[in-house]
Design a protein around this ligand. Structure first.
Ligand code: SF4
Ligand code: SF4
Length: 367
């Protein structure tokens, strides 16, 4: 039965969303936009907010992934993985253990604490899980976000439900534009005239459509109608009149998959080619000594270990200050140094910062 497979997928998807913030890679959460440090933690990589140009590459990858999945698999996301569907599905599953007369009200009740857990887990994507849970009732901001999310999630899954999928979901509209004749979809086989006209497919459809009238944009590809049909056709030893139809392996699918792969490679290359240590320097003003100039430097260390650098200048100039700079892990150090010219000629100088495995040379004015 597709229903059981869908529930397994829903459980795995739900568990992944709940547990991902607890997964630690290189000592950090696998997926979190860390509010205290304003940086994105993503499977071991740390992207500070001033490097959010990388998010553009991430967005490009997500767009190409969405295009590929939509063109090939249609609304499979909607029926199998969309949080709107998954939360409702799990609520229905839990309520199915209740006596038949209490199931509908039971589902509405079960969704109340379940939506609260989902709302709390969303906070874990911004504040470390232990901290968010501990401070939930101490921080008015955390509590406000938690309650607002809880309300929205509960209304979406318990009150609005599949009506959203049917009328307002923007992804459904995108699907209308991208789907073609070979996109995977649930379809009735009109060539088989022996349909039993039992109407079970329509009764079990969560969005209330009759798939026998042909493919419709409201269909979320959940396969509930296939299961309903199979229950009656299996008694007669015939295949269900409804099934998933479409062609997954085809030219267009390879084309979109190639685009998706290229975007993923660009994103990974941009992520992993970032330097760990950066050095910048600029002229600050004249120093109090004859032929002296003051320079402001900045060293940023994006690695997980502290680094030590030594500053130096090329002759005919010399550094009057301590050339040693220590930068803690994931820290930034700024400071000034005074450079004295030895031959009295204005122009430009080269300031060098060197440490284990790196060497930066920056040109600066020497007025
Ligand atoms: S027609 Fe079938 S697959 Fe489509 S939404 Fe209804 S039950 Fe789900
Ligand atoms: S459930 Fe199957 S047999 Fe019954 S009406 Fe629908 S398509 Fe026909």
């Amino acid at each position: 039965m597709w229903k059981n497979r869908r529930r397994i997928v829903a459980l795995l998807g739900g568990a992944a969303v709940l547990l991902l913030p607890f997964l630690r890679i290189r000592g950090r959460s696998a997926a979190r936009f860390d509010l205290p440090t304003l940086s994105l933690h993503f499977f071991g990589a740390v992207v500070p907010i001033d490097e959010f140009y990388l998010v553009l590459w991430g967005a490009l990858f997500l767009v190409s992934l969405t295009l590929w999945v939509t063109v090939v698999f249609g609304r499979l996301w909607c029926g199998w993985l969309c949080p709107q569907t998954v939360i409702g599905e799990i609520g229905e599953w839990i309520a199915s253990a209740l006596p038949p007369g209490f199931r509908s009200g039971g589902k509405t009740l079960v969704l109340l604490p379940f939506s609260a857990v989902v709302s709390l887990s969303l906070l874990w994507y911004f504040v470390p899980p232990a901290e968010a849970t501990r401070d939930l009732f101490r921080s008015p901001i955390l509590l406000g976000f938690f309650l607002a999310q809880w309300g929205v999630i509960y209304i979406m899954v318990a009150v609005v439900g599949p009506r959203f999928c049917k009328t307002a979901c923007p992804y459904a509209m995108l699907q209308n534009v991208l789907a073609d004749r070979e996109t995977l979809a649930v379809a009735y086989d009109p060539a088989r005239a022996e349909c039993l006209l039992c109407d079970r497919c329509t009764r079990f459809c969560p969005v209330g459509i009759d798939i026998r009238k042909g493919g419709q944009r409201e269909c979320v590809a959940c396969a509930a109608c296939i299961d309903a049909c199979r229950e009656v056709t299996s008694r007669r030893n015939v295949a269900p009149f409804i099934a998933y139809r479409g062609t997954v392996l085809r030219g267009k699918a390879y084309l979109f998959a190639g685009g998706c792969l290229a975007a993923a490679l660009v994103l990974l290359a941009a992520l992993w080619s970032r330097p760990d240590v950066r050095f910048a320097v600029q002229w600050e003003g004249k120093a109090g000594t004859p032929q002296g100039n003051l320079y402001r430097y900045s060293v940023r260390n994006d690695s997980d270990r502290p680094v030590a650098l030594a500053l130096s200048v090329e002759r005919p100039a010399r550094l009057l200050d301590n050339p040693e700079v220590a930068v803690p892990s994931r820290g930034r150090v700024t400071g000034t140094v005074t450079v004295k010219g030895e031959d009295g000629t204005p122009g430009e100088i080269l300031i060098t910062a060197a440490g284990p495995g790196f060497r930066f040379v920056r040109k600066a004015a020497f007025p």
